[in-house]
Design a binder for this molecule. Structure first.
Ligand code: URA
Length: 437
C-alpha cells in the first residue's frame, strides 16, 4: 500500500495508533530524504503531544536501529558496556566515565549526541579540545575501543543514521520532551553498539525533559524494558536535575571541570554521580560483586590519575590535544544583592541562558560558541553574604540587562537555610513500572 507522510502525521495528531509498517515507512523515508524536515518536525510535535503506546515505541526504536548497522566485536574477555544520560544542564559525566570504565577492563564504545534543547551535548563539549574528532568511521571506532578501551564519537550514516538526522531537528523544534522520542533516540544508538550491559542516567527536574520523578521513572522503565527485550542488561539511576550538575555550564568550561574530576578534584556532586553510575556498570559487567569495593576501585582510579591518563590516550587517539589551550571567553562576575541561603538554582533557566550566550543551537545546523558559559560560585544550601560572588559569566560580547536579570532570578536566596535535595532519587531495572507515554 502506498503511504503518505501527511496521513501518518494526521493519524498521530488525532491520537491514533500507528502500525509498525507506517512507523518503518516514515523513518526510512526521512533517512532517504523523501520526507523533508518540515514534515518530520510536524510528526515529532504530534508524537510529543499525543504520545505513543509501548508497541509503537518498540517499532520506532527498531526502525531507527535498523536504519544503520549493529556493531560486531572480536571475542575478548572485556565486557562491552556503556552509559547514557537523558540530558541535563552541566552534565559532563560521560567525559569522565568512559575512560574510568576503560581503566577497569571494560570496553566502552560510547556513541553520544550534541546539545539537545537546553542541555549541552558531549560531542559539542569534546570538540572544544583542539583537533578532537567526533566523526570516526566504524573501523576506526572499533580499533580504538580494542586498543585504548574507549571512544566517544557520534552517530553516522552507518550507525543510527535516523537518529543523526532526527536529533538535530528535535533540538531546534522544541520536540525533545517525549518519552517515545527519547527512548527511541537513546536506545537505537545504544543497541547498535552491540553491548553486554547499559547504564542509564535519567535526569529529573527543571533542567531536563522529565520534570517529575514519576515521569522520569516511566522513561527509565521504558528504556530498561527495551534493553532487556533486546538482550542487553539495563539499569537506570534517576538523578536530580533541579539544580545544574557541578559548577561549570558550557562547552570548553565543562571539559575543564571534567578534567578536574579525572584528576581527583572538582565538585563532589559530579564525582558522586560518576562513581554511582560506574558502580552500576561494574556490577552489571560482573567486574565487581560488592558496591563498596566498586566505589573504592573507581575512587582510587580518579585519585591516582589513571583515569586522566586514559582520557588523554582517548583524546590523542581521536586527533585531539588535551594540553593545547581551550578557548574560554572573557569573564564578568555577578555578586549577590542580599545575604541569606541559596534556596534554589533553576537549572532550566541556566541552560537556556547558556544557549542564548551562543553555547547551544537555536536553528538547524547553527554554529555554536564553545568558549562561552557560566560558572556557579554557590550551590543550593550555601550561606551567602551581600556582595559575595554568585556567578561568573564567560561571554563573547557583553550580555544585555534582561539576560542578567533572568540569571539573578534563577538563583533564589532566602533568609532561612534550605534542605539540600538528594542527588540520586531512585534506581529502576527492567522489572520496573509499565510503559505508556
Ligand atoms: N539523549 C539522546 O541521545 N536522545 C535524546 O532524545 C535525549 C538524550
Amino acid at each position: 500500500m502506498k503511504m503518505h507522510a501527511t496521513e501518518i502525521i494526521a493519524k498521530k495528531r488525532d491520537a491514533e495508533r500507528l502500525s509498525t509498517d507506517e512507523i518503518c515507512w516514515i523513518v526510512n523515508a526521512f533517512v532517504s530524504g523523501k520526507v523533508p524536515d518540515y514534515q518530520m518536525a510536524a510528526f515529532s510535535m504530534a508524537i510529543c503531544i499525543q504520545g505513543m503506546h509501548e508497541e509503537e515505541v518498540y517499532a520506532l526504536s527498531m526502525a531507527m536501529l535498523e536504519s544503520g548497522t549493529t556493531l560486531e566485536w572480536p571475542t575478548d574477555t572485556r565486557p562491552l558496556i556503556d552509559k547514557h544520560s537523558t540530558g541535563g544542564v552541566g552534565d559532563k559525566v560521560s567525559l569522565v566515565l568512559a575512560p574510568l570504565l576503560a581503566c577497569c577492563d571494560l570496553r566502552v564504545p560510547m556513541i553520544s549526541g550534541r546539545g539537545l534543547g537546553i542541555t549541552g551535548g558531549t560531542l559539542d563539549k569534546l570538540e572544544s579540545i583542539p583537533g578532537f574528532r567526533t566523526d570516526l568511521s566504524l573501523a576506526q571506532m572499533q580499533q580504538q575501543v580494542q586498543d585504548v578501551g574507549c571512544t566517544i564519537t557520534g552517530t553516522s550514516s552507518q550507525i543510527a543514521p535516523a537518529d543523526q538526522r532526527w536529533y538535530t531537528l528535535r533540538d531546534v523544534t522544541a520536540t525533545v520532551p517525549s518519552l517515545a522520542l527519547i527512548t527511541s533516540s537513546i536506545m537505537c544508538k545504544k543497541l547498535a553498539e552491540g553491548l553486554d550491559a547499559l547504564v542509564l542516567d535519567v535526569k529529573c527536574g527543571s533542567g531536563t525533559s522529565m520534570q517529575t520523578a514519576e515521569d522520569a521513572r516511566r522513561l527509565a522503565s521504558s528504556m530498561a524494558h527495551l534493553g532487556q527485550k533486546m538482550g542487553v542488561t539495563t539499569s537506570a539511576l534517576i538523578s536530580n536535575m533541579d539544580q545544574p550538575l557541578g559548577k561549570m555550564l558550557g562547552n570548553a568550561v565543562e571539559v575543564n571541570e571534567a578534567v578536574d574530576i579525572l584528576e581527583g578534584k572538582g565538585p563532589d556532586s559530579v564525582r558522586a554521580i560518576t562513581i554511582a553510575l560506574g558502580c552500576e556498570a561494574l556490577l552489571a559487567a560482573k567486574i565487581e560483586s560488592e558496591t563498596e569495593a566498586a566505589k573504592t576501585r573507581l575512587a582510587s582510579l580518579l585519585d591516582s590519575g589513571q583515569a586522566r591518563e586514559k582520557f588523554s590516550n582517548m583524546v590523542t587517539s581521536q586527533g585531539g590535544d588535551l594540553d593545547a589551550p581551550r578557548k574560554v571567553a572573557k569573564s564578568l562576575v555577578l555578586c549577590s544583592k542580599q545575604s541569606g541561603f541559596v534556596h534554589a538554582i533553576h537549572a532550566g533557566t541556566l541552560g537556556r541562558s547558556v544557549v542564548q550566550l551562543g553555547g547551544g543551537r537555536q536553528t538547524l545546523g547553527g554554529a555554536i560558541d564553545r568558549s562561552v558559559g557560566i560558572e556557579l560560585c554557590v550551590e543550593v544550601g550555601d550561606a551567602v553574604d551581600a556582595g559575595q560572588e554568585l556567578v561568573r559569566i564567560f561571554a563573547s560580547s557583553p550580555p544585555e540587562q534582561p539576560w542578567i536579570d533572568t540569571l539573578y532570578d534563577a538563583i533564589e536566596i532566602n533568609p532561612q537555610s534550605s534542605k539540600v535535595p538528594p542527588l540520586i532519587i531512585d534506581r529502576v531495572t527492567s522489572d520496573g513500572h509499565p510503559i505508556q507515554d
